[in-house]
Design a protein around this ligand. Structure first.
Ligand code: PYC
Length: 334
């Protein structure tokens, strides 16, 4: 038996985006959070088959477009990635929206704007078209907040570190320069890949964040290494995800978490723009659009509404088979 998936492949700021335009399974659920849980329970083999080797690689990421579940939205996104089905993915959204608009898979009711449902909530998009191509996409992301500060960990090879955890659609352990970590270039890609899982494990052993509105979103999944020399206008980062990936883009949810973190520290104010550079020096523009709060049992949690702006490029069509005779039909990771 052969399952066929029609894909539009491309990248956002260097990180892969695979829009699966044909072959999406029918999902149960009243919103994208419930549809995500249904996909994880019944169809995760599609994610691993399309994202892991031999059809993908450590950084592979993408998603499906689904019909809306509510009257005020233009559609829904289900994200797939090597690390799982993310509640939200910024670089993925920029790519999926770009390719979806350019190939007529998304039909906005208002030109230049989209309202989309993602598992983490509702996001609003505005985009610019130039000469028939989507030149930029800006996401008004879900409320982002700092979940915990000052987590003391000890990482073999680095020593004691103090780490904060912030949410921007996923939960990030944020490591800022300090004694033991002098910045991205002094660490290098190989050590970022080997040390990040240790940082993530050490943080997970002490703190398990749970989203105050949707408890199906929980746990620290990513590590954001902030580079030395950041100012209130600009900074570079490396985001680690999955088991072996450094985000080639500045990471949309990571940038949202970082904006919330910098707002929490009083470095950014409402309206401030922050240019966030990736490990490979591609960039997104982040903005603190407004302050807000999230309801919780212990009272309102201070949060921000972040804007994330970037652009994507498609690289071609890709028809992918997952064949039940293939010993690697569900993919593998080394
Ligand atoms: O852009 O939000 C993002 C993202 C998450 C994981 C990789 N990229």
């Amino acid at each position: 038996m052969r399952h066929t998936f029609f894909c539009i492949d491309g990248h956002t700021a260097g990180n892969p985006v695979r829009l699966v335009a044909g072959g999406a399974p029918l999902l149960r659920g009243g919103d994208m959070s419930e549809r995500r849980l249904d996909f994880i329970a019944r169809y995760d083999w599609i994610r691993t088959g399309l994202c892991f080797e031999p059809r993908g690689h450590s950084m592979m990421s993408g998603g499906f477009l689904y019909p809306p579940t509510r009257d005020d939205s233009d559609g829904g996104i289900l994200f797939i990635e090597t690390s799982g089905c993310l509640p939200m993915c910024g670089h993925g959204t920029i790519g999926l929206v770009t390719f979806g608009l350019e190939h007529g898979l998304l039909t906005p009711r208002v030109a230049g704007r989209l309202r989309l449902e993602v598992p983490a909530g509702i996001i609003d998009i505005d985009y610019v078209v130039r000469a028939g191509r989507v030149a930029s996409v800006r996401i008004r992301n879900v409320p982002s907040y700092v979940a915990r500060t000052g987590i003391a960990i000890t990482v073999p090879g680095l020593g004691p570190l103090t780490v904060d955890v912030a949410y921007g659609g996923n939960y990030y352990a944020i490591v800022e320069p300090q004694e033991g970590y002098e910045g991205l270039d002094s660490l290098g890609a190989a050590r970022i890949l080997s040390l990040s899982p240790l940082v993530r494990e050490a943080v997970r052993a002490q703190f398990h964040p749970v989203h105050p509105v949707d408890p199906s979103i929980n746990g620290v999944s990513h590590v954001l290494w902030a580079d030395r020399g950041a100012t209130r206008e600009r900074g570079r980062n490396a985001v680690f995800y999955g088991d072996n990936a450094i985000d080639r883009s500045p990471c949309g949810t990571g940038t949202s978490a970082r904006l919330a973190h910098m707002r929490h520290k009083g470095i950014l104010g409402v309206g401030d723009r922050f240019i966030h550079e990736s490990y490979i020096h591609s960039s997104f523009i982040g903005t603190v659009a407004s302050d807000t709060s999230l309801p919780s049992e212990d009272g309102p949690i201070p949060a921000i509404v972040p804007l994330i702006e970037g652009s994507a490029v498609s690289t071609g069509f890709n028809t992918i088979w997952i064949d039940s005779e293939d010993m690697f039909q569900h993919g593998f990771q080394v």
